[in-house]
Ligand binder design. Structure first.
Ligand code: T3D
Length: 262
């Protein structure tokens, strides 16, 4: 069913694994389409957390640069507009709009759109051999995939300018110190540490986490009054979930809650 990615769902955890290791999992047309399709599959209530990762020594090197210029095999390559509008923008939008946690398990270099897809996730767990590279300026492009949105908001304008203008490698440790990512772990521990986090998240009240994420999405643009109004709406939705009733009952009965994500 999938060719450029692996996709699996186990114990309510969906894993999307980029699978073009010969190009450090750079994005071509097929991989972009498959990632979008898999993200749509993750809308199912049977999925309560999503992990995005890569095969081999890289997470993702962004756009497959061999797909861009006219060649004998591909005399009319897709335009940059088409690539941004049909590959990256829908992927970022989908990650942000999925009402459940999305974890980037970054197993190695994350460059260009690959870096910014990771940074758009709710958690980034990176192996200590990882570098994040805003590679765009090196080839005369701007930082797409929401780089110009999240970076200045998270690290401030001066650091965002440095990272994107200079396009130098940022180690996982430096990214952690900048609060760009959640955790740095030894390469060998990456899978287990990420799985522990995902397992913890799938046992939590998924709808409340999803609603919190939607509120954070809105908070960047809203005034305080607008945001308070949205909190009222979403708290009403959260208060109507079975997990809310379970949470309160478990507290009163002095037992561990058993959340179903409903
Ligand atoms: O239309 C549009 O372009 C708009 C959309 C833009 C979105 C973007 O993502 S633009 C940014 C695109 N990405 C890059 O510019 C990154 C290019 N890659 C690199 O700078 C380096 O490869 C890395 C810093 C990521 C890693 O360096 P290193 O030394 O660890 O690995 P390497 O030897 O450079 O790469 C290994 C192989 O992967 C190599 O192939 P080979 O020689 O073994 O056959 C290399 O060509 C290939 N590879 C790496 N990145 C890409 C790639 N092939 C195609 N596209 C790539 N992006």
């Amino acid at each position: 069913m999938y060719n450029s990615i692996d996709f699996s769902i186990e114990n309510a955890i969906a894993t999307i694994r980029f699978n073009r290791p010969e190009t450090l999992n750079s994005f071509n047309f097929e991989m972009a389409n498959e990632v979008k399709k898999a993200l749509y599959e993750c809308e199912s209530d049977s999925v309560r957390c999503v992990i995005i990762t890569g095969t081999g020594r890289g997470f993702c090197a962004g756009q497959d640069l061999s797909e861009l210029l006219p060649s004998e095999q591909n005399p009319s390559p897709r335009s940059i507009t088409a690539i941004v509008d049909t590959y990256y923008n829908p992927i970022i939008t989908k990650i942000r709009r999925l009402e459940k946690p999305v974890i980037a398990m970054v197993n190695g270099v994350a460059a260009g759109a690959g870096a910014n897809i990771a940074l758009a996730c709710d958690f980034v767990v990176a192996s200590n051999s990882t570098n994040f590279v805003q590679a765009f300026s090196k080839i005369g492009l701007i930082p797409d995939s929401a780089g110009t949105y999240f970076l200045p908001r998270i690290v401030g304008l001066a650091k965002a300018t440095e990272l994107t203008f200079l396009g130098e490698k940022l180690s996982a440790q430096e990214a952690k110190e900048l609060n760009l990512i959640y955790k740095v772990v030894n390469d060998i521990d990456l899978h287990n540490e990420t799985l522990q986090l995902a397992t913890k998240l799938v046992q939590m009240p998924t709808k409340a986490l999803g609603y919190t994420k939607m509120l954070f999405n809105k908070s960047f643009q809203n005034t305080l009054d607008q945001q308070l109004q949205h909190e009222s709406e979403y708290q009403t939705k959260a208060g109507n979930t079975a997990d809310y009733k379970e949470g309160v009952s478990a507290f009163l009965e002095k037992r561990k809650p058993n959340y179903q994500g409903k």
